[in-house]
Write a protein of this length. Structure first.
Length: 279
């Protein structure tokens, strides 16, 4: 079961035969929660993650807190995510490296996840200096493909928020290249969205490439039901002036409401209160 869960979370994106089955091992439950979150099943994911946060394995507990933080952030809850990422860092910071995991589900990856999460949380709250400092700290722990990909996302987003779009291109390109090399379908989708937004205001050729990247991301997200990304892809496609822009905008909001129906009460409240979520 863990092999299929890992593939769903970090590989081909195909869900396991029974996506709601609860694995016996903590690592399996973490992988299941990551896959559920990618499909916008935030309530089911939170149930697993909260149990893991209280578990005996500090590395798994740290990764669970970081994962839950990312789900809160995806619904616009940067302040709530900040608390969870702080918890994750406290659990991970003093742990020995231990056995490495190919996808960063280890002590080093837990440190990177917590620091990158804190950087993204501060970015979302307009604290760009703090976000840059935390990203720099995280880069010392990005020895695996997943951490490097996430660092590329955060790095690009920091430069965009700083109105330095030219500097955002390199980390966005690196994230896409790294995710493609791993064959991580969901991470490729997000990397295409980040790169598309990064180059959208460039030359005519870059704008055409941005539209193609976002449309490819939208199609793949729809195929694999990555609903946590699909509603965003629809709205970005509409903003880029893609054909059927009104239809995409309506579909994006419709998908967002569907995601919120599968969120836990805290996630729904965060989305309602967030200026980032178009409700």
């Amino acid at each position: 079961m863990e092999t299929s869960l890992r593939s769903a979370a970090f590989g081909d994106g195909v869900p396991p035969p029974n996506p709601f089955a609860v694995p016996a091992s903590p690592r399996g439950r973490l992988l299941a929660a990551i896959g559920l979150g990618g499909r916008g099943r935030y309530a089911a994911a939170a149930t697993l993650l909260n149990g893991l946060r209280a578990g005996k394995d500090p590395v798994v507990a740290s990764l669970a807190a970081s994962t839950l933080a990312s789900h809160r952030r995806q619904l616009g809850g940067h302040a709530a995510a900040l608390v969870l990422d702080g918890e994750a860092l406290a659990l991970a910071i003093a742990r020995p490296r231990g056995e490495p995991d190919p996808d960063g589900l280890d002590a080093e990856g837990a440190r990177a996840d917590a620091l990158l999460g804190l950087a993204a949380d501060n970015l979302g709250r307009g604290r760009l200096t703090a976000a840059r400092r935390l990203l720099a700290r995280a880069e010392a722990h990005t020895g695996n493909w997943r951490s490097r990909t996430r660092a590329g996302w955060v790095g690009a987003e920091i430069e965009l928020a700083s109105n330095i779009s030219g500097a955002a291109i390199a980390p966005a390109e690196m994230a896409l290249e790294t995710a493609r090399a791993r064959g991580a379908c969901r991470h490729v989708v997000k990397s295409r969205l980040v790169l598309g937004v990064t180059i959208a205001n460039g030359s005519s050729a870059e704008r055409d490439r941005a539209k193609a990247l976002v449309e490819s991301a939208r199609e793949t997200a729809e195929k694999y039901e990555f609903n946590s990304l699909l509603w965003v892809a629809c709205l970005v496609a509409a903003d880029l002036g893609a054909g059927h822009a009104d239809e995409y905008r309506f579909r994006g909001v419709e998908l967002l409401h569907a995601v919120l129906r599968h969120a836990d009460p805290c996630g729904r409240w965060l989305a309602r209160e967030s200026p980032w979520v178009p409700l």
